[in-house]
Design a protein around this ligand. Structure first.
Ligand code: COA
Length: 389
């Protein structure tokens, strides 16, 4: 199983060719600055030549999915994709943050990989290492200056009581003083390289740990993890979204056929239609439909009781995402909660469901608990998030 790993998420680029037993056959390393577009293809060609391996003999090609340099991630992914197409080989990948966390080698710790994000910002991942050194993703990554990220670290640390805090990755050295002041001894170990490593990337990308470790599920769509969208894309999206309003109304029994069909498309563990039907008849239920241009765009189901509420379900039709549909549903729910004096709303979300966590965070929900191994299909943990008006 000869393979090739491309680590191009920062200026420090590595290309590694690995033999059948996982032994390195060639390892090319270069600090390319902003020259990913120019430098990556020659580095790959050189590595293959040194290893005396032809592209058609590669069984797998691995790429860093980000976050990191936008150009580096895009060029790395495109190159890996092209090679895999030519070779007919498996394309695999891991995020820079998961590759760093899995290689950290620490135990009983909150592991926070840091990758430079331009100017004063850093990308931060949140993982937990158990007493045997197994690493699990804990919460969605964030991008911010370190002072702000330390607030997120404190919030995540509460979920893993008794754990040390470890910062790893190429973003850590430049803020080491601040990190050490906040968490003494947190930068000392677990970081072995001057930059991201193609070997760590290959190991993460080839691992079968899946979503519980913050890695793509086998066979899932291959997607980059940018964490922050490009500014140009953002401007266009906001203009398009503002043009079509989202309407919110009560979810009725007559909607259930359509809702259940979306539910089956969206979730690996869907609620059956009969469950929706039963719940609609109960007194505390607050179930809503979102429509755009007269078509079903999303739905939410919550229970709003005396002083406390729980959001049980929220989904947006795949073709209607990133248009403010979930935002409209959540704002409607929060307005209702305020109006009837609900003091907190809780929900559970998969640790690997970054889009949903970003959505809830953007609306003031905070991490409030961890239910280990809660989801049977992937063995993933559930995060409990909580909102107080
Ligand atoms: C999570 C989900 C409900 C989001 O719905 P959506 O309509 O696409 O979200 P919105 O467009 O209303 O986004 C509102 C905010 O959430 C955050 N957000 C939502 N999806 C995001 C994504 N994919 N990437 C980054 N931020 C995201 C952003 O802060 C966004 O604000 P912005 O548009 O100003 O950047 C949708 O992806 C979905 O249905 N996923 C599958 C079902 C699911 O996971 N449900 C939640 C179970 S707990």
């Amino acid at each position: 199983m000869t393979g090739l790993a491309i680590e191009a998420a920062t200026e420090h680029v590595e290309v590694l060719v690995m033999g059948e037993e996982g032994e390195p056959l060639a390892h090319e390393v270069e600090d390319v600055g902003h020259g990913h577009t120019r430098r990556l293809a020659p580095l790959v060609a050189r590595a293959l030549a040194h290893a005396r391996v032809r592209p058609k003999h590669l069984s797998w090609v691995a790429a860093d999915l980000g976050p990191g340099s936008f150009t580096g991630v895009r060029v790395g992914l495109a190159t890996a994709h092209a090679l895999a197409l030519v070779a007919g080989s498996e394309l695999c990948g891991a995020s820079s943050l998961a590759a760093l966390a899995l290689a950290s080698g620490v135990r009983r710790s909150l592991v926070v990989p840091l990758v430079p994000a331009g100017r004063r910002d850093l990308y931060a991942g949140f993982f937990r290492a158990d007493s045997r050194g197994n690493v699990y993703v804990l919460a969605a990554p964030r991008v911010a200056p370190i002072e702000e990220l330390l607030g997120d670290v404190r919030e995540a640390h509460v979920l893993v009581p008794g754990s040390a805090v470890r910062f790893v990755g190429p973003g850590a050295p430049r803020v080491a003083e601040i990190l050490e002041r906040a968490y003494p001894g947190s930068t000392g170990s677990g970081w072995r390289h001057g930059g991201l490593s193609a070997l760590d990337l290959a190991r993460a990308a080839r691992s079968d740990r899946g979503p519980a470790a913050g890695l793509p599920a086998r066979g899932a769509a291959f997607r980059a993890l940018y964490v922050r969208p490009a500014q140009a894309e953002e401007r266009v999206r906001r203009r398009v979204n503002a043009a079509e309003p989202t309407q919110i109304r009560e979810l009725r029994t007559t909607d259930l056929g359509e809702v259940a069909a979306v539910e089956r498309e969206v979730f690996s563990d869907p609620w059956p239609e009969s469950f929706f039907a039963r719940e609609l008849g109960t007194p505390l239920i607050y179930a809503r439909i979102a429509e755009r241009e007269g078509r079903l765009a999303g739905y939410s189901v919550a229970w709003l009781g005396h002083g406390t509420g729980h959001l049980g379900n929220l989904a947006v039709v795949p073709g209607m995402r990133r248009r403010g549909v979930a935002r409209a549903l959540l704002e409607d729910l929060m307005a209702r909660a305020r109006a009837i004096g609900v003091e907190d709303i809780t929900l559970e979300v998969r640790v690997s469901n970054f889009a949903a966590q970003w959505l809830y965070r953007a609306h003031g929900f905070r991490l409030a608990g961890l239910r280990r191994g809660y989801y049977r299909d992937t063995g993933e943990d559930a995060l409990v998030m909580e909102w107080r008006p």
